[in-house]
Design a protein around this ligand. Structure first.
Ligand code: OFO
Length: 164
């Protein structure tokens, strides 16, 4: 059975992943409404992946006889005025997720819950990959710049990223 203090943090992480899923859905809708079809596809997929991350935590908590609490995603104010804002929002969201995953890992370590620690390694690795991807998309978008056919090129860049 999972400790109450960890159960609370797992539920917070469930909310964070649920919020990320909603945030990426909003980014996907913005992209789809502004002619970035490939970027939209990328963020629709990201949104589904985040839901998967949430469900993975939900199932784990049930297996550990924890109580799952589902709260509505936090509605953060995000001003999206262009594709660069979309990429920044993606990166900042992933940084936040990493912060909470790290806090969860620290708490699992402190309570000597090696089962939870092992389970959480997947999230540590996932955050490494997601942060790296988001940062690299921003760097590439900077190289493309915001003149000429940049919208097409950035959308193409996200088509390549989506295929990965
Ligand atoms: Fe689940 O937040 Fe990144 O991947």
């Amino acid at each position: 059975m999972i400790a109450e203090s960890l159960e609370k943090l797992f539920n917070e992480q469930i909310l964070i992943e649920n919020t990320a899923s909603t945030e990426y859905l909003k980014l996907a809708i913005w992209c789809a409404s502004n002619g970035f079809d490939n970027a939209a596809k990328f963020f629709f997929k990201q949104s589904e992946e985040e839901r998967g991350h949430m469900l993975k935590l939900v199932h784990y908590l049930i297996e550990r006889e924890g109580k799952v609490v589902i709260e509505l995603p936090k509605n953060r104010e995000q001003k999206i005025e262009g594709i660069f804002d979309v990429l920044q929002a993606f990166y900042h969201n992933e940084l936040n997720v990493t912060k909470s995953v790290n806090a969860l890992v620290s708490a699992a370590t402190a309570s000597g819950d090696y089962n939870a620690l092992q389970f959480l390694q997947w999230y540590v690795q996932e955050q490494h990959e997601e942060e790296t991807q988001a940062r690299s998309l921003i760097e590439k978008a900077k190289l493309i710049g915001n003149e000429g056919p940049y919208k097409y090129l950035i959308d193409q860049m996200l088509a390549d990223a989506e295929g990965k």
